[in-house]
Design a protein around this ligand. Sequence first.
Ligand SMILES: CSC[C@H]1O[C@H](OP(=O)(O)O)[C@H](O)[C@@H]1O
Ligand SMILES: Nc1ncnc2[nH]cnc12
Length: 291
Amino acid sequence: MSETMIAVIGGSGIYDIDGLENANWQTVETPWGAPSDQILTGTLNGVKMAFLPRHGRGHVHTPSSVPYRANIDALKRIGVSDVISVSATGSFREEMAPGDFVVVDQFIDRTFAREKSFFGPGLVAHVSVAHPTCPRLSDACFTAATDAGVTVHKGGTYLAMEGPQFSTLAESKMYREHWGADVIGMTNMPEAKLAREAELCYASVAMVTDYDSWHPDHGEVDVSEIIATLTGNAQKARDLVARLPALLGGSRDLCPHGCDRALEYAILTASDARDAAMTAKLDAIAGRVLG
Ligand SMILES: CSC[C@H]1O[C@H](OP(=O)(O)O)[C@H](O)[C@@H]1O
Ligand SMILES: Nc1ncnc2[nH]cnc12
């Protein structure tokens, strides 16, 4: 058994969480640079919690400039076991309406201008992301959302685009009609891939804010509409988060899905061929397997 520490990465419109006991914003340094912001730590119903605003307080990071590696390293470094992303998304499905939540379980990664791995020349690793989210953590998010009275959909495919501009009409139709995507956003990749490399359980709650640009009865996406929907959803998201400690508990066994052992057979570089500087840099992420 090990101690649970739940981290929430808050997306657009979510820059803090309330209700934490002994709340404290702390600075965490990483070998990958500074995270998006300080990390708020504390306890909720006796369970350790952390909160990181993905774009920083005041929303200073674009989806492409978010320091994804530093964020995941910082969470791992302070002892986080479970990461829950809360994000604003457009919807490609009539039934996934603005105001609904979707606990996504798959991603299509269309991002191209971001660092996507902690590993590289001198220390090569390949983890599986066939199932990029943790079913145990996703189930807890689904239950928490249902109990909070949210209309929530179980499972869905999130298309991660580079942004910062929204999609063209042709792209929106292609993702919806031919690629089978259900929601679209700009931030869950490479975040989910990096969480897997860091052996962290990861779940993603997509808050639907708009119908992107495909819907004939809705206009094109507009940030003021997104923010209005997000503001209306903020309390639902807080209720969801407040229910997680009771559902996950203060201690945990090994993840039944193996998220916390993702690096077990992933590293290919022979021990005597490993780059010493990279090995040192990976102390928090891969110390368990690098020794
Ligand atoms: C505010 S509209 C676009 C912006 O919102 C989403 O951010 P996040 O995933 O952090 O909630 C989307 O991915 C874009 O970055
Ligand atoms: N339609 C959309 N496309 C990309 N990111 C979004 N975030 C919220 N709505 C979005």
